[in-house]
Design a protein around this ligand. Sequence first.
Ligand code: ATP
Length: 332
Amino acid sequence: MTNEAPLLEVENLQVDFAIRKGLMQRTVGVVRAVSGVSFSIPRGTSFGLVGESGCGKTTVARAVLQLVEASAGTIRFDGEDIAGMDAPALQKFRSRVQAVFQDPFSSLNPRMSTGRILSEPLRVHRLKPDSEIKAEVARLLDICGLPARFADLYPHEMSGGQRQRVGIARALAMNPELIVCDEAVSALDVSIQAQIINLLEDLQKELGLTYLFIGHDLSVVRHICDQVGVMYLGRMAETAPSDPLFAKPRHPYTRALIDAVPNPDPDYEQGREIAPLEGEVPSPANPPSGCFFHPRCRLATERCRREVPVLDPVEPGHLAACWETGVTVPSG
Ligand SMILES: Nc1ncnc2c1ncn2[C@@H]1O[C@H](COP(=O)(O)OP(=O)(O)OP(=O)(O)O)[C@@H](O)[C@H]1O
């Protein structure tokens, strides 16, 4: 961990999508996929976003990558609001921020060899003179744990783990500072996942990388992330450093997510019993009133049905949006 100013700051981010219907694609409503989400990532650290499918994690990642437009809020990179960047600054931003996605098979062009996949960004962005490109491709493969001969292979000739290493090498070709890993290890076998996680950790140490890590496997997120944000229906339910969040979760939703998987952690604080997570996450097009989680929460009171809880500190650096466990901290 470093004490520098954050590399990425997301403040009150909101992303709305229009719901369109019919031949004329008329707008008939709005889905608020992300609402009032704030977090920051110090340089050289990892921030994990977790939550069930549809809670808005990928939309946050896409907003950071400038693939969807923020409807409100601010995203600052290295102190600069990305909404106010001019074309050259935006181009620079796009190289400083790279992404690694879940399925490298669909994000790697099947008709390109690994060598070409890795050399294209170097050439297009003039990062290396032609004479140095071959050596740079070999270096990128090497730091991602692949021998130079992989430059001649095509995506279908590699295993899933090898393809993900190429996906990471392609992101590194741009010499980025922030890498958005959107479910980057979710599609891999457990043993391969561990290898890719180790690789991401080694690269972080060697290159000082910062990660925004989107995942649904809590043990993976806990392992790799310094800070974690738990999202529910587009809102941040809880955010804290990894250890206290997993050992002493404050939001009933976080507790329910953690309780849903076996937890061997001896420090895990057993709390008031929370109903297991049942049913689907409600549609963000028609969310419940008050606290969005109240229909699935055993601790919900009348206030939870009426009022949206504020994301308040329960301990320094540990925030929870819950009328019941966030503000009134239950004793251990
Ligand atoms: N382009 C879009 N148009 C309309 N709705 C969208 C669009 N993209 C996402 N959504 C909706 O926004 C909500 C959040 O989706 P998002 O993909 O960000 O969730 P997620 O937590 O990343 O889920 P998953 O883990 O399944 O990817 C969902 O209800 C989704 O249907």
